[in-house]
Design a protein around this ligand. Structure first.
Ligand code: MTE
Length: 323
């Protein structure tokens, strides 16, 4: 059953900021920016979401038009929860990395497309956004840790980026890589992790209609803690496949080894398709805890997206598809 839910930013009128208050706040922030001595105070006053909305050059692109094909069967997760309960190990292993992630500079942000392509491309995020068809989709997201959310992503189909990249016929996998900058991302100084974060998809997965590059969240540019300025979203797989803050797309012949697979192959495999019947070695995957409602609900095969993706795995039954 598809339910049309109110979007996160469609707040009741009484909660909206009157224009005059908004402008006053803007003037105050402009004044603070000009006075470095007050920056500590400015940090408190300019909560990250507000600062991003003002400064991000892509802010005018959102909200993108919603694609009515991708709706939800459950309530939308509250924006405050989806943007404050994060996995972003570059900024620490806790779920609370909002403050730390604000250190990531997201302009300029160059994206490299290389490997088995007709011609290598290096393009800034804002130029890339001009070339891509932006839309909004409501997707479920299921973390391997058995929590889940249901959220509005904005961005473009990964298939559009693949078409833009023009891979050669030898390309079998798409390897994606996160930025590497231990000075701003203290987690990257922890030496037992195989930095930088890498993930991979087969070409068939990368061009499946569900595979999405998110650049916006809840009708605004995507916050840093959720993977700004661009991250993968593959909703039928466990969340660790959905790599954040990507700087490189490489078309390759060899299967890439992902960050978590490199760390603990027995627990995190390449395919990582959601399946309630295949437990993680240390916990059950039968149910999940939804953010916001805190309700525990049954987990669905392929996270409920079997109609779109089950065919991709025909003939691969002997692979570890669900780990
Ligand atoms: N990408 C990078 N670069 N670093 C990470 O630590 N964590 C992954 C994935 N992408 C991660 C990442 C995991 S385990 C999950 S569940 C999702 O991001 C979480 O996305 P969210 O914080 O937007 O909910």
């Amino acid at each position: 059953m598809h339910v049309r839910v109110r979007r996160g930013w469609e707040i009741p009128e009484r909660e909206a900021t009157p224009e005059e208050v908004f402008l006053r706040r803007r003037r105050l922030i402009a004044g603070l920016a000009a006075a470095p001595a007050l920056l500590a105070g400015a940090r408190l006053l300019t909560r990250p979401a507000f600062a991003d909305a003002v400064e991000d050059p892509s802010a005018g692109l959102y909200p993108a038009t919603q694609n009515p094909k991708y709706l939800l069967d459950r309530p939308l997760t509250a924006e405050a929860d989806a943007t404050s309960w994060n996995n972003f190990y570059e900024f620490g292993s806790s779920k609370d990395v909002v403050e730390e992630a604000q250190a990531l500079p997201i302009r300029p942000w160059m994206v490299k497309i290389d490997g088995l392509v007709e011609q290598e491309i290096e393009i800034g995020i804002d130029d890339l956004l001009k070339q891509m068809p932006l839309e909004e989709r409501l997707y479920r997201h299921r973390c391997v840790e058995a929590w889940s959310m249901a959220v509005p992503w904005s961005g473009f189909p990964l298939a559009s980026l693949v078409a833009f990249a023009r891979p050669t016929g030898d390309a079998r996998y798409l390897k994606m890589t996160t930025f590497m900058n231990p000075e701003v991302a203290p987690g990257q100084q922890v030496i037992w992790y195989p930095w930088p974060y890498v993930e991979g998809l087969t070409m068939a997965e990368a061009t499946n209609e569900l595979a999405f590059i998110a650049t916006g969240f809840y009708g605004k540019p995507i916050p840093k803690q959720n993977g700004a300025p661009l991250r993968l979203v593959v909703p039928w797989k466990y969340g660790f496949k959905s790599i954040k803050s990507i700087v490189q797309f490489s078309f390759v012949a060899e299967r890439p080894v992902g960050f978590w697979e490199a760390l603990q192959e027995s627990e995190y495999g390449f395919w990582a398709n959601v399946n309630p019947e295949v437990p993680h070695p240390r916990w059950s995957q039968a149910t999940e805890r939804q953010l916001t409602t805190d309700e525990r609900v049954p987990t669905l095969l392929f996270n409920g997206y079997a109609d779109y993706v089950a065919d991709l795995y025909k003939g691969l039954e002997n692979e570890r598809l669900y780990a």
